[in-house]
Design a protein around this ligand. Structure first.
Ligand SMILES: Cc1cc2nc3c(=O)[nH]c(=O)nc-3n(C[C@H](O)[C@H](O)[C@H](O)COP(=O)(O)OP(=O)(O)OC[C@H]3O[C@@H](n4cnc5c(N)ncnc54)[C@H](O)[C@@H]3O)c2cc1C
Length: 388
């Protein structure tokens, strides 16, 4: 996006890509259909040490701008819910669109070209100077440029090209790097919950998960090693080691009232039978072993209110303690990164090194699940492309 914007301004642009093709993450994204943006982009859908930083770029290149580009290229798309826009056909359409725009803007692309080192004269890398300011050493020769835009992404899924090189560059030029952490990533467990999740692996329920003062009500997926699904992935961006996660399995109901109702309406019935009208049977079977094993075959009328009350509390707030996350191997994004204090929010240019820019995921701006990370990549790329 940055290359396209700069190319359209008549700049001579070279994209240096270490992989054998560009846009690998786009191709893999959204299950192969690329959730390319979201209809409801708001600054509060992004995490950053400076929550205001993302506002300028997001307001100058909006989701509507990207949608217009997608429509210009005749790419069919749909809203999967909650404003998440996906390609009807394939993520390949988005990469093809960007490549077509690059070609039209005269952008050159060099793949299998990895940046190894950068050399710059103390103050010669300036966007408004015509002399060549930076020497870019790669495995495929040395290049010179007046402006250099770092768009190396994060550490997630290393096989897709993510590298820590952008963070090294930031440090080389005196920019602060905030601690990195895998985000939008499943939780793993090593306690008794691991056996439960293993047994229920593949099962998805609509639940509210909460931790660190944040809550997400979306599907939760049980996996072989713990929990995943949109609600859990969203929460993982806020969760810190050692924190408890509270899972509300009946997010739209007061479980105490519900169980009281069971007892009144079906005094001879079993708790598992009644609960199975509201939750998957396999899940109820596991909850029974965990929370009311002694009363598994006891008629509801005979189960003490105290026991039902405790079960209700657990249903509305099951306390779970993840051992950790699946890490960068499966994380969709990297939290943290190049500290925004050292960057201009209007242009993404380094405040300490004129002519050096950082865009996309390498910057300490991380979106929620739902197309926000791509929108940040497009928007930050666009604003840098306007000035490089
Ligand atoms: C599996 C998966 C699915 C995702 N799905 C979505 C989704 O549907 N919607 C959404 O909004 N976000 C999604 N994301 C997140 C999104 O892909 C990223 O936030 C986004 O791609 C970041 O863009 P970027 O340009 O900053 O970095 P990247 O897309 O990671 O691109 C960085 C590029 O830099 C190259 N590179 C790195 N180091 C060097 C070097 N030294 N020299 C040369 N080249 C180098 C890499 O090879 C790579 O091609 C997903 C992520 C993953 C992993």
């Amino acid at each position: 996006m940055c290359a396209i914007t700069a190319g359209q301004r008549g700049r001579s642009v070279l994209v240096i890509e270490k992989s054998n093709k560009v846009g690998k993450k786009i191709l893999m994204s959204g299950g192969g259909r690329c959730n390319f943006t979201n209809l409801y982009v708001e600054p509060d859908r992004f995490l950053s040490a400076n929550p205001h930083f993302c506002k300028s770029a997001l307001s100058r290149y909006t989701q509507w701008d990207f949608v217009a580009l997608v429509e210009k290229h005749g790419i069919a798309y749909y809203d999967k819910g909650q404003g998440q826009l996906f390609c009807d056909e394939s993520a390949k359409d988005i990469v093809a669109m960007l490549l077509a725009e690059c070609e039209e803007a005269g952008v050159q692309i060099r793949t299998e070209c990895e940046v190894k080192a950068l050399k710059v004269e103390a103050s010669s890398l300036e966007s408004d100077q015509s002399d060549n300011g930076v020497l870019i050493d790669t495995n495929d020769g040395t290049f010179q440029a007046q402006s250099l835009v770092i768009a190396t992404g994060g550490l997630s899924i290393p096989t897709l090209g993510g590298s820590g090189y952008g963070y090294e560059v930031a440090e080389q030029f005196g920019l602060k790097k905030l601690p990195l952490k895998p985000a939008l990533v499943p939780f793993t467990f090593t306690d008794g919950f691991k056996q439960i999740s293993e047994k229920l692996s593949g099962l998805s329920v609509e639940a509210r998960v909460s931790s660190a003062g944040k809550s997400f009500l979306e599907p939760v997926l049980f996996t072989h090693r713990g929990l995943s699904g949109p609600a859990v992935l969203q929460l993982s961006s806020y969760w810190r080691d050692g924190m408890i996660v509270e899972m509300d399995l009946l997010p739209t109901q007061d479980a105490a009232e519900l169980l009281k109702g069971f007892k009144e309406a079906s005094p001879k019935g079993l708790l598992r039978t009644q609960l199975a009208y509201h939750l998957p049977k396999h899940l109820v079977a596991e909850l029974e072993i965990l929370w009311w094993p002694k009363y598994a075959d006891t008629a509801l009328a005979e189960i003490p209110d105290k026991v039902l009350q405790q079960v209700a509390e657990n249903l509305n707030g099951w306390h779970l303690k993840p051992a950790g996350t699946e890490g960068y191997r499966t994380a969709e994004v990297t939290l943290g990164g190049v500290c925004t204090d050292g960057l201009s929010s209007k242009t993404m240019e380094s405040k300490t090194q004129p002519g050096l820019y950082f865009i996309g995921e390498v910057v300490d701006v991380t979106g929620h699940l739902g197309g926000f990370n791509f929108q940040w990549a497009w928007a930050s790329g666009y604003v840098a492309g306007q000035v490089v």
